[in-house]
Ligand binder design. Structure first.
Ligand code: NDP
Length: 475
């Protein structure tokens, strides 16, 4: 209903402004049309080293008890050669390939074949067919939102097969962790390469494509905005959410099962990681319709960054805490565990409430109450590829009056909590919060650059009213 109203409003505004004669260059906002040397260097670095970084982390756990320095020291002192490490690395197996293929096929099946039924009985849940945001070419895509249902079905089947019928062991994911890494890489590269070829030869919407002519940049950042196969199989929504995020909670459960098998108990730190990350994953699926309005879907094109990142980077590096705890079971003091729980829940609350405030504000076009008051905002406008002028609003009250990206601040607090649960013996589990800090700071800058070119002087007015990005008074 809300989406319908929003669409109606957008159409009315579009009509009102049809005569607007402002001609804009194609792609006034969205990813770059030209590649500067710094972006190119960063992209080449990531293309070359990101797969190695993932391998290094996972191998360190497998062969060096999660020490990040010991493999380097062994190599530098000549105690080990690269070939020694490689020869001890588990290779791709038919069994792993079969399980992984089955997993992805099953997630595709759940995504395209079962229309959402959760919204019919879960009050407040928005599922079924929903509309995304207006693309730079002025297109509004429809999406089948059924991620929560896919998550529930997958987990019910997991518990039934792993715990009741003992069809497979719940440690199956841990036991095949490195063979699955090869499968995930094959899928990540295959889907990114396919997306590039598709973008060149048979794009879903040619007007929303961007080709810089630089092969590496186009491969990394993607050509097509919303590649699709058929009417419903949307690459961005599928790969962002499933198979990686559905798998996240299963991976953690498998790590907990491994702890139980190895030590006869599951530590409170492992339970904390499972619970806090479980809340984050469930939140993602509960709010999948809202996710259509976030940067990944609204602004990023689909290339290696999203394709490989969703298949490999996310499931392997976001789950490092659980993996670490299999090798180093940490039993936390109760007061310390409670402190971490509080930090995680507070971070989650800030993250969710900030996102909710913006969503409510945008859905109601500012006709709502934020912290019991009418929201304050700045009127702004932007122009799409076809020259149509649109109007929008930037909220300056609630959490959005504290900082321009307070949702990221909450996210970072949650990330810190997962890492703290692992104690202080090794740096490896802290990779997540370090990475998220870099990612979200970079995202702030990327988003602000985009908003600035989209809204022009209106954006400058907004930043004058809300001067800080993440932490009021600091940054
Ligand atoms: P936001 O949800 O903050 O969306 C940014 C967009 O919101 C802007 O581009 C602009 O879009 C609009 N906007 C900005 N300021 C205002 C305002 N004051 N009032 C109204 N609208 C505004 O960012 P993301 O999409 O990056 O992130 C969404 C969530 O996902 C965040 O909570 C983040 O922490 C999380 N996230 C998690 C990641 C992970 O790996 N765990 C990775 C990335 C994000 P418009 O053009 O519509 O004006």
């Amino acid at each position: 209903m809300a989406a319908h109203q929003e669409r109606k409003l957008a159409e009315e505004r579009k009509h009102q402004n049809m005569q607007n004669d402002t001609k804009t260059s194609q792609g006034q906002w969205g990813r770059a049309w030209e590649v500067d040397w710094f972006s190119l260097a960063s992209i080449l670095f990531l293309l070359m080293f990101a797969p190695l970084i993932v391998y290094y982390f996972i191998m360190s756990c497998d062969q060096y008890q999660c020490s990040l320095t010991d493999p380097l020291l062994d190599l530098l002192t000549g105690k080990k050669h690269l070939s020694d490490i490689w020869n001890r690395t588990p290779m791709l197996t038919y069994r792993a390939a079969a399980i992984y293929s089955l997993w992805v096929t099953f997630q595709v099946f759940l995504y395209v074949s079962i229309p959402d039924f959760c919204h019919k009985f879960l009050p407040g849940y928005v599922g079924g067919v929903q509309e995304g945001a207006v693309t730079p070419a002025g297109v509004v895509n429809k999406y089948e939102i059924n991620g929560l249902q896919a998550w529930i079905i997958t987990h019910v089947l997991w518990f039934a097969h792993a715990s009741c019928f003992h069809f497979f062991s719940p440690t199956i994911i841990f036991d095949n962790w490195i063979p699955f890494l090869w499968c995930a890489n094959i899928l990540g590269y295959a889907v990114s390469t396919f997306a590039m070829i598709k973008g060149y030869f048979f794009p879903t919407n040619a007007k929303d494509c961007k080709i810089t002519g630089n092969f590496f940049y186009d491969y990394m950042m993607g050509i097509e905005f919303n590649p699709r196969i058929g009417k419903w199989f949307d690459f961005k929504l599928f790969f962002n959410g499933r198979p990686g995020i559905v798998a996240w909670t299963l991976i953690n459960l498998s790590f907990a099962a491994k702890q139980q098998e190895l030590y006869g108990e599951v530590t409170n730190s492992m339970i904390l990681v499972n619970v806090l990350q479980g809340i984050y994953v469930l939140d993602f699926f509960w709010n999948e319709a809202w996710y259509l309005k976030t940067m990944d879907i609204c602004h990023d094109h689909f290339g290696w960054y999203l394709g490989w990142g969703d298949c490999v980077w996310l499931p392997y590096l976001y789950t490092l805490q659980g993996l670490y705890l299999v090798y180093h079971p940490v039993q936390l003091r109760t007061d310390y565990a409670l402190g971490i729980l509080m930090c995680g829940l507070l971070g989650y609350y800030i993250f969710r409430m900030t996102n909710h405030q913006k969503d409510l504000f945008r859905r109601t076009n500012g006709n709502c109450r934020i912290w019991g008051k009418k929201p304050e905002y700045i009127e702004c406008s932007y122009t799409s590829v076809d020259g149509t002028k649109y109007y929008s609003k930037l909220m300056t009250s609630g959490f959005w009056g504290w900082a321009r990206h307070f949702n990221y601040t909450g996210d970072l607090m949650g990330s810190l909590a997962y890492c703290l649960a692992c104690g202080f013996e090794h740096v490896l589990p802290y990779f997540y919060v370090i990475y998220m800090t870099i990612l979200l700071t970079h995202r702030c800058i990327r988003d602000e650059h985009r908003c600035s070119s989209k809204y022009g002087k209106d954006w400058r007015c907004y930043t004058a009213v809300v001067p800080y990005r993440l932490l009021p008074g600091v940054f």
